[in-house]
Design a protein. Structure first.
Length: 198
């Protein structure tokens, strides 16, 4: 059934409610790959890799932060605010460095939220940091920029980290019972967002 669906929710909505739990997971994966993972891969491979000074790098960065937050919403069953959802997915499925490493008084995860996600979302700029690096280089580095310790994040490794984390989350969902809290939380947001359109 899921193979016949397009992945565009407005067209698919009438067919989503009767999907079995495993089909809901298949649709969720299809949707996330369609709207986030595949386009970001194309941007990183074709736009950013070919033209490293491309401003599309910031689009990749803000999009990655948004998909982390959105996946956290499914993970938390829609509970908690945006920072809590963002942090929950980072903590559960992405690099432990986001929890264990600090820059001043903030963890790298808090820096990613405040200076990257919020900076781009609310001001078109990463505050006190940036996206730098290529495949094969380190994930994080700290540099002094204009008197501020600034976190530099490798965009390729941030992408890879999210994709791997998303895969682990899907694997956990696929092995979970439909009565488990993990699946119930996922399904609550699936119902709310994909079926009810809220």
């Amino acid at each position: 059934m899921v193979q016949q669906l397009r992945g565009w929710i407005d067209y698919d909505r009438p067919y989503l409610s009767p999907l079995l739990p495993i089909e809901r997971l298949d649709y969720f994966e299809k949707r996330v790959r369609l709207v986030a993972i595949n386009p970001l891969d194309r941007l990183l491979s074709n736009e950013i890799h070919v033209s490293p000074d491309s401003s599309a790098l910031l689009l990749c960065g803000v999009s990655l932060c948004c998909v982390i937050e959105a996946t956290g919403k499914f993970l938390m069953g829609g509970h908690g605010g945006n920072p809590t959802r963002f942090e929950a997915f980072l903590k559960a499925y992405m690099s432990p460095d986001y929890q264990s490493k600090t820059l001043g008084t903030m963890t790298y995860g808090q820096v990613l939220w405040r200076h990257f996600r919020n900076g781009l979302t609310h001001g078109f700029a990463v505050c006190h940091g940036g996206f730098e690096g290529n495949r094969g280089e380190s994930y994080f580095s700290v540099r002094d920029i204009a008197g501020h310790a600034s976190l530099m994040v490798n965009p390729y490794l941030l992408y890879d980290d999210y994709v791997n984390g998303f895969g682990k989350y899907l694997s956990d969902l696929r092995t979970a019972s439909p009565a488990s809290q993990l699946f119930l939380d996922f399904n609550a947001v699936f119902e709310l967002v994909f079926i009810q359109g809220k």
